[in-house]
Design a binder for this molecule. Structure first.
Ligand SMILES: [Zn+2]
Length: 697
């Protein structure tokens, strides 16, 4: 067996030696690691069974069960985490191949541990003695038991076999669903051959369409249904006939012929209902909510109804405003706005109302200025100081990457560290932005503190020559968002790693600190403090700031209503629909549409057939989480508004309280308790409704 010095992927602690890890190490180390972990799991199971079945033994303790269990998971997390991380930020074809080859075995290990009966029995035995545990331990134990129950560990053998067979079938159906959507999306194209068909399109989109044509061996331009082409086309094309054609194709994807997803939808819903019954729940929505902050289907319905009632009249006014705008332009659409007109006229109206060019604001947001603003805000609110590391202090995976240390601003004590990898690198780095855990807060066997370290990954424009990285306002918001996740990971004070940072936090509450941080981008002092022209040093003109504020709520009613429509459809299908209810899933959706859309879906609109979030992703009966977490983040920010954003002393005190509750307590207590500890009362949707430019009804 190679020693850990020879095998950097098996070190299992500390900052990884990124430059020493490639596809070859993955192929060698991961099978070896899994072999060791399987052997350790078997040994743990054997010893637990001996303890549980042995007469007169002393009761099982936390240290004998939860610690070794955590260590097993942590060894895998550390090693596989590095592989997944590198696969995301600097992949090569070889690394991707190696990652894919090992992934099945990694998942299999997780499944084995998750359905281990000896571990389940030992957890139950520990639960019997929960009087001796502290509240954080109780929550960790409860979550472990719940997760195993939801994996079917408590079922009789024959029931468990049926449960596992259905799980497997569900994962096949999810894959098929996703493939149908992909094939249907890729299977449609429209060749454009004359300039007048491109009327209104920006250069970037023309280039994209021309490239797509060349790739297909065609002349001219080629339109498709993928997001990068269809979204800007519907927004900018002045050709109503073409917008209609592409819109009709888009909303009817995967709803006919071999790629028809309708039979799959019914099978998926029916299988999930069966799984819920096996687990002792009335429906799949209850299974989903068992591990979330929302207590019941009724709670979620109530929130969605508040948002719907507030958004509906505003969305109607917004539609009227679009028609009025079309009328001012003498367009035929004025008499009746159709679904394929909405994006187009919304963009025309947006340009007219705000004249806000997001590209033109870039010079005011150089990365250095934005980081200074962000770090200064964190110092002001949370009493932390962020300093760049010295060269060579931490191993890096790319020349773009920087490492920072986080210190307590008062006593100078080190608290955490983070990597920032800000720029896009097409071809070797995954798109999007995310925060991930490099190291979690914990203690070594010898009792030494391990400080948390986060990965913060963005995909903004790199510097060009002498010009630094200049960000769009959206990129600034994204950085603040991910930094909010990072703060929760880094400022945790929880000593138990299973509940430290973002661990053990309910899914519908985990976006609280991230969305909370986004709010500060609109705070005058924060924004004007950091928005300085990178050459002249001039502050952002007041008029531009006002436009940013106004643009934030533009078409806010329609946007909220759209999310409510999706969330409610998802929830009802997973709580109310049965094969004998007398309605097809599509009919259920259309009924919901009567009160959650201001433009009725056209007859061929088969939106469900492409609703991959819930049928091919992990969002079933969980789509509402977006709005749920937004209620929390908006309400948390409103605590600062209430004391007055210009009242420095109050802001500082409120910031410290946010650090001591939301950012500190992680998953050690319920999100409702954490929220109340900060806000002094349960969450209210009032602030979100107000921030969305709506009024409470
Ligand atoms: Zn997030």
């Amino acid at each position: 067996m190679p020693s850990s010095a020879a095998q950097p992927l098996l070190v299992g602690q500390g900052l990884p030696q990124f430059d020493a890890i490639g596809a070859e190490q993955v192929g060698q180390a991961i099978p070896l690691l899994l072999e060791q972990l399987h052997a350790q799991l078997t040994a743990l199971e054997t010893s637990l069974e001996r303890r549980l079945d042995g007469a007169g033994a002393t009761p099982l303790g936390w240290d004998e069960l939860m610690d070794p269990l955590h260590q097993l998971g942590e060894r895998l997390r550390w090693s596989w985490g590095v592989v997944s991380h590198l696969n995301g930020v600097c992949h090569t074809p070889e690394l991707r191949e190696a990652h894919q080859q090992q992934q099945g075995a990694v998942v299999q290990f997780g499944n084995r541990a998750g359905q281990s009966r000896p571990i389940y029995r030992a957890l139950q035995a520990l639960e019997q003695r929960s009087a001796s545990l502290d509240p954080a331990q109780c929550r960790i134990l409860e979550a472990a038991l719940r997760d195993m129950r939801l994996r079917g560990v408590g079922l009789e053998r024959s029931e468990q076999d049926a449960f596992n067979a259905a799980s497997e079938r569900l994962s096949e159906l999810a894959t098929a669903f996703g493939n149908h959507v992909l094939d249907a999306t890729n299977g449609w194209s429209l060749s454009l051959s004359s300039e007048d068909q491109l009327d209104g399109l920006p250069t970037s989109l023309r280039d994209l369409l021309a490239q797509a044509a060349r790739d297909a061996g065609e002349q001219g331009w080629r339109l498709g249904l993928d997001m990068p082409r269809v979204v800007p086309f519907l927004k900018y094309s002045r050709r109503r006939d073409l917008r209609e054609q592409v819109y009709r194709a888009q909303v009817s994807r995967a709803s006919s012929g071999e790629l028809d997803n309708r039979p799959l939808i019914e099978q998926i819903l029916e299988l999930k209902r069966g799984q819920a019954h096996r687990l002792g729940y009335a429906n799949w929505a209850e299974v989903s909510l068992a591990s979330k902050m929302a207590g019941s289907v009724g709670d979620v319905e109530a929130l969605l109804e508040q948002l719907r009632a507030a958004a509906y009249p505003v969305a109607q006014q917004e539609l009227e405003a679009l028609a009025a705008c079309a009328a001012r332009h003498g367009a035929a659409e004025a008499s009746e706005i159709r679904p394929w007109d909405v994006s187009y006229w919304a963009e025309v109206l947006r340009q007219e109302s705000f004249n806000l060019d997001s590209e033109a604001l870039r010079p005011w947001f150089s990365l250095e200025q934005v980081l200074q603003g962000l770090f200064g805000l964190c110092q002001r609110l949370f009493d932390i100081r962020i300093v760049a590391s010295e060269p060579g202090e931490a191993p890096l995976w790319h020349g773009d990457v920087r490492y920072f240390r986080v210190l307590d601003a008062g006593c100078g004590e080190p608290l955490a560290g983070f990597y920032l990898d800000p720029y896009s690198r097409p071809g070797s780095k995954r798109g999007g932005a995310w925060m991930d855990e490099c190291l979690g807060r914990s203690r070594t066997a010898a009792g030494a503190a391990v400080l948390p370290v986060a990965y913060l990954i963005c995909n903004q424009s790199p510097p060009v020559g002498e010009t630094p990285s200049l960000m769009t306002f959206e990129e600034v918001e994204t950085l603040f968002h991910e930094f909010g996740h990072g703060l929760q990971h880094m400022l945790t004070t929880v000593e138990r790693p299973q509940a430290a940072g973002i661990n053990n936090i309910e899914w519908d509450a985990v976006e609280l600190p991230s969305q909370f941080m986004e709010n500060w981008c609109y705070d005058r002092a924060t924004l004007m403090g950091m928005a300085r022209h990178w050459q002249s040093g001039e502050p952002l003109p007041e008029a531009e700031y006002q436009k940013l504020l106004a643009a934030r709520t533009f078409m806010g009613g329609s946007a909220t209503l759209r999310q409510v429509h999706f969330a409610l459809t998802d929830l009802r299908l997973h709580s109310q629909w049965t094969p004998t209810c007398g309605q097809s899933p599509e009919q259920v959706r259309r009924e919901i549409a009567r009160t959650t859309t201001v433009l009725e879906p056209i007859p061929e609109d088969a939106f469900l057939c492409a609703f991959s979030h819930i049928f091919a992703g992990g969002y079933s009966a969980g789509y509402y989480s977006y709005k749920w977490a937004e209620v929390l983040s908006a309400d948390a920010f409103s605590a600062f508004e209430e004391v007055g954003l210009d009242q420095e002393e109050e802001i500082v005190a409120t910031g410290r309280r946010f650090r001591d509750t939301v950012l500190s307590l992680g998953g050690s207590c319920s999100p409702a308790e954490v929220f109340e500890a900060f806000r002094g009362r349960p969450p209210s949707s009032e602030a979100l409704i107000r921030h969305s430019g709506l009024a409470i009804v």
